[in-house]
Design a protein around this ligand. Structure first.
Ligand SMILES: [Zn+2]
Length: 261
């Protein structure tokens, strides 16, 4: 008889703020997401304050297997160098992997050259490719429409499937690139702003209706979303789509077991 693996799978939101003013004021933190997937720990988008938010919650960088960067913008990459140094115990214990788009290593690399040698591996994200970190695999299905090279992530773990839809403008084909029991959506704006390459609350509604996950989590809020109160927006989207929509809170630890039943 195969026993069900009950090792917890969790996502901790080290921040739920996004874009320049929110990062500058830290009304909402901007530390990214820390995944623990049956013991494989992965950090996504370590924005400014990640080291403070993670150590405060006793999350230990030396346990990370990898850091993944969806794109090079400061609100996603501000603490990358300090987190690489923490992951490798200041370089005394070289280890861990870094995944990032090619342009994050371009003219103005987001990582200092001396830190590159501390890592086991640096892997370049490309559209349509699948990568493995221990038992966890993830795919970067499509290049997003954003000011710099950006990818979202579709994860498959021992127990669950979920997607992270990082910064982008809404485009045809976005919804069909992602699936899973859970989708996490970065929405900066409450009202649509067609000239800015970010998703709005209405875009999130379209994505949720098309993808039909069991649960959707909204995060990466700019000032207009904050003023609209993310939990109210989530409640409204739940009503409109008939799907459970949650607004992430700073420090929220979401247990993927909640997706069952
Ligand atoms: Zn961005």
């Amino acid at each position: 008889m195969i026993e069900k693996d009950l090792t917890p799978e969790t996502i901790t939101f080290l921040g739920t703020g996004g874009a320049r003013i929110m990062v500058a004021t830290q009304i909402l933190a901007s530390g990214g997401m820390w995944l623990n997937l049956s013991g494989t720990e992965i950090l996504i988008d370590p924005g400014p304050g990640c080291i403070v938010q993670s150590t405060k919650r006793k999350l230990r960088a030396e346990k990370l297997s990898a850091i993944i960067l969806s794109h090079r913008h400061l609100d996603h990459a501000g603490d990358l160098n300090v987190m690489v140094e923490a992951m490798t115990l200041g370089g005394f214990k070289p280890r861990g992997r870094l995944f990032l788009p090619a342009d994050a290593l371009g003219n103005e690399p987001v990582i200092f050259s001396y830190l590159k040698h501390y890592l086991d591996d640096i892997e370049i994200l490309e559209a349509g490719k699948t990568y493995a970190i221990g038992d966890v695999t993830f795919t970067t299905p499509v290049r997003h429409e954003h000011a710099v090279e950006t990818y979202g992530l579709r994860f498959k773990t021992r127990q669950h499937t979920f997607s992270y839809i990082a910064d982008t403008r809404y485009f045809a084909g976005l919804a069909k690139s992602y699936d899973g029991e859970l989708i996490i959506i970065n929405i900066v704006f409450n009202e649509p702003r067609p000239n800015v390459a970010h998703l709005s609350a209405a875009d999130a509604g379209r994505l949720i209706s098309e993808i039909k996950p069991k649960t959707a989590i909204l995060t990466h809020f700019g000032m207009s979303m904050w003023r609209a109160r993310p939990w109210k927006v989530a409640e409204q989207l739940s009503k409109e789509t008939g799907i459970r929509v949650i607004s992430a809170r700073d420090g929220m630890k979401f247990d993927l077991a909640r997706l069952e039943g």
